[in-house]
Write a protein of this length. Structure first.
Length: 123
C-alpha cells in the first residue's frame, strides 16, 4: 500500500481502493443518490458503484445542487470513503463538508500516479 501526501482538509487518515475517473463528475446528473452508481452512459465510470471507494477525479461539474446529492449518498450508505481531486469546486467541497466525507486535493503528479484499483492511504 502506498502513502499519498496530499493536501488534507479533513485531518483524518483514510485507506482504501481507488476508483479513478479521468473525467469530471456531475453529482446531480450522473450519480444515483440511492445506490451510488454512475448513471451517465457517456461517463468512463458508467455502471460502477462509488460506495466505499476512494473516488479520484479531476473535479466536479454541474449544478451546486450536486452537493445535496453527495449528502444523500452518505445518508443512503452509498458514499465513497473519501474523495480526492485536483480541484475542489464549490459543489464537491460543500457536499463533502455537509456529508462529513474526507476531501483531499491532489497535485498533478499525485493524480497521475494513482491507478484504478490501487490500495492507498491518504492523510
Amino acid at each position: 500500500m502506498r502513502q499519498v501526501d496530499s493536501k488534507n482538509y479533513c485531518k483524518r487518515k483514510v485507506t482504501g481502493k481507488v476508483l479513478k475517473s479521468s473525467q469530471p463528475i456531475n453529482f446531480l446528473g450522473s450519480v444515483d443518490k440511492k445506490t451510488g452508481t454512475i448513471t451517465d452512459q457517456k461517463h468512463a465510470l458508467f455502471g460502477k458503484k462509488i460506495a466505499g471507494s476512494i473516488l479520484v477525479f479531476p473535479n466536479g461539474v454541474g449544478s451546486s445542487v450536486g452537493a445535496y446529492t453527495i449528502y444523500s449518498l452518505k445518508s443512503n450508505n452509498s458514499a465513497p470513503a473519501a474523495m480526492a481531486c485536483q480541484k475542489a469546486d464549490l459543489t464537491v467541497a460543500s457536499g463533502c463538508a455537509l456529508a462529513n466525507i474526507p476531501l483531499f486535493i491532489l497535485s498533478p503528479d499525485e493524480y497521475d500516479s494513482m491507478k484504478d484499483g490501487d490500495e492507498i492511504s491518504l492523510g
